[in-house]
Design a protein around this ligand. Structure first.
Ligand SMILES: C[S@@+](CC[C@H](N)C(=O)[O-])C[C@H]1O[C@@H](n2cnc3c(N)ncnc32)[C@H](O)[C@@H]1O
Length: 505
């Protein structure tokens, strides 16, 4: 090609004189200024291509070309057309490359959802799971951690020893994003009586993972599917908002919907309580080829919304006396509530509503889950953090707390005022105001939990802007009433915030 040849970016053809070409063909009706701009754009593009565009590295190609054979073919084709290929290995790597390729294939999706999470957006559940699986895969495939080590990784390891993992900045950002945005959601899902064990990786229900190897396999299955389009192409082309509009997409299951495509679909056609899913024509016109899978998932989410709507309707409001607190609603009442709606299709059944029903929260004093947390000293969503010499340890939130939530207790023995005054030198006495008793948390570990350090005694002081306050409750334990001091959130608390209370000193 002549060194003056420039590709016209409007017709994508090589031109010996771009200016003449634009004035005669592609911009013959344009102004001189428009031609000038277009010619500069084409020349700049040509320069960029000569400087950088011919250069490809094998590792870059491996991102798009999943198996070694295709990658070898692609390299030789590009070389035959004048491209320069760097870092060509003697033979293409086999085993280790095959394993790691999943990181490259899923990368675009993960980066997309990373942006969303960092920007404060919610992402679909399936995207959260994939994101977590990707983080596990980074540690196992890129950094050689065993499945056991990934499973055992603790929150303290992450907060204090993550440097030893020697991750890249981007890898560290992804794992921190999981920690700050996804793990807290899982913790909030946790059922009473379950325990996160202080582990870094949790399943959707807020309990430790049991099978990181299986997770990496599931990640592979999502991206290395053989019965649909090339996953790399799927990931790259299904950009948010619009995707392949030409050609027939083969039907796929809802589980295999490209993640970003579903996310974009939900934003384009939000699921509403009384709406209809979009028609196939609208769906395809908007650039979403997998109509059936979208349609099915849209209806599944609508059904969930409808179940929740009926449950809210059936929840007793104070003073109405329509159902006794704590009792599941009667079938007839559920049926009546359903009959009041105008839904003719996608209508939940009475059984589905009853299955989703959860008993309303009992009063603090009667809450079995709080009593269990107090006796077992298991409080979720908290961690100890070392703030350095002067301040020492403190407690931080690992999940959001709402104003009024019980965060943890001040675990100590109840002693008399006189005994408390004698031990006053200690920094771990809690003084009930205008009462004749003290809570003493001096002993650590305490006699009742020899292997545990309680959170309450490590909470630091803040006079100006405390976010929790201690409050005394008489808890109605089955064995009899017991005095407890509970820390209550004074406002909404976000992940990573230190919990502080006003010592009143
Ligand atoms: C109940 S302990 C709190 C936990 C303690 N930081 C630890 O390492 O276990 C109270 C002690 O923590 C330290 N402390 C509490 N709040 C502090 C603050 N805002 N600034 C500095 N030190 C503080 C003081 O040494 C105080 O005597």
């Amino acid at each position: 090609m002549d060194r003056n040849t420039v590709y016209c970016l409007l017709c994508n053809k090589p031109q010996l004189s771009i200016w003449n070409h634009l004035s005669r063909v592609c911009l013959k009706d344009g102004t001189a200024q428009e031609r000038e701009q277009e010619a500069s754009r084409a020349k700049a593009s040509q320069k960029l291509f000569s400087r950088e565009g011919r250069l490809w590295s094998v590792s870059e190609l491996q991102e798009f070309c999943k198996d070694a054979t295709s990658c070898t073919k692609l390299c030789s084709r590009l070389q035959s057309r004048g491209f320069i290929i760097t870092d060509t290995p003697q033979t293409f790597p086999t085993q280790s490359f095959d394993k790691k390729e999943i990181l490259a294939l899923a990368k675009k999706d993960i980066e997309y959802f990373h942006q969303k999470l960092v920007g404060g957006d919610c992402i679909p559940n399936v995207a959260m799971t994939t994101f977590r699986q990707y983080c596990e895969a980074i540690l196992m495939l890129q950094h050689g951690l065993t499945a056991g080590a990934v499973q055992e990784l603790s929150v303290q390891d992450w907060m204090e020893r993550r440097a030893s993992l020697r991750m890249t900045i981007q890898e560290e950002e992804l794992l921190e994003c999981y920690f700050k945005n996804i793990r807290p959601v899982y913790l909030q899902n946790q059922r009473a009586g379950s325990d996160d064990g202080g582990r870094f990786f949790l399943g959707e229900g807020g309990v430790p993972l049991t099978n990181p190897t299986g997770d990496v396999q599931r990640l592979r299955a999502r991206y290395l599917r053989s019965d649909t389009e090339d996953p790399a192409a799927g990931s790259a082309s299904h950009s948010a908002g619009g995707v392949e509009t030409s050609g027939q997409a083969r039907p796929i299951s809802t589980k295999r919907l490209p993640l970003r495509e579903w996310d974009a679909f939900q934003r384009t056609f939000p699921v509403t309580l009384n709406g209809e899913p979009p028609s196939k024509r609208r769906c395809v016109q908007a650039g979403f080829p997998h109509y059936r899978a979208h349609y099915k998932r849209w209806r599944e989410l609508q059904l969930k919304q409808r179940v929740q709507h009926i449950l809210v309707f059936l929840t007793p409001r104070s003073g109405t006396g329509c159902a006794r607190r704590g009792n599941a609603p009667q079938r007839a009442r559920v049926q009546t509530a359903l009959d009041k709606e105008t839904w003719s299709t996608n209508k939940p059944t009475v059984d589905a509503v009853l299955r989703a029903w959860v008993a309303p929260q009992p009063r603090i004093q009667d809450s079995p889950s709080l009593m269990s947390s107090i006796s077992e000293q298991k409080w979720k969503g908290l961690a100890l953090k070392d703030f350095g010499e002067e301040k020492g340890k403190g407690v931080i939130a690992l999940m959001p707390f709402n104003k009024g939530d019980v965060v943890c207790d001040y675990h100590g023995t109840c002693i008399t005022k006189a005994a408390g005054n004698q031990r006053r030198q200690s920094g771990s006495l809690f003084f009930y105001r205008d009462e004749c008793h003290r809570a003493d948390a001096t002993a650590s570990p305490c006699a009742c939990h020899l292997h545990k350090d309680s959170y309450g005694r490590h909470m630091n002081h803040c006079q100006r802007n405390p976010n929790v306050k201690p409050q005394r409750f008489t808890m109605n334990f089955p064995a009899g009433p017991r005095e407890s001091v509970l820390f209550i959130a004074l406002r909404d608390i976000v992940v990573g915030e230190e919990l502080l209370w006003d010592y009143g000193v």
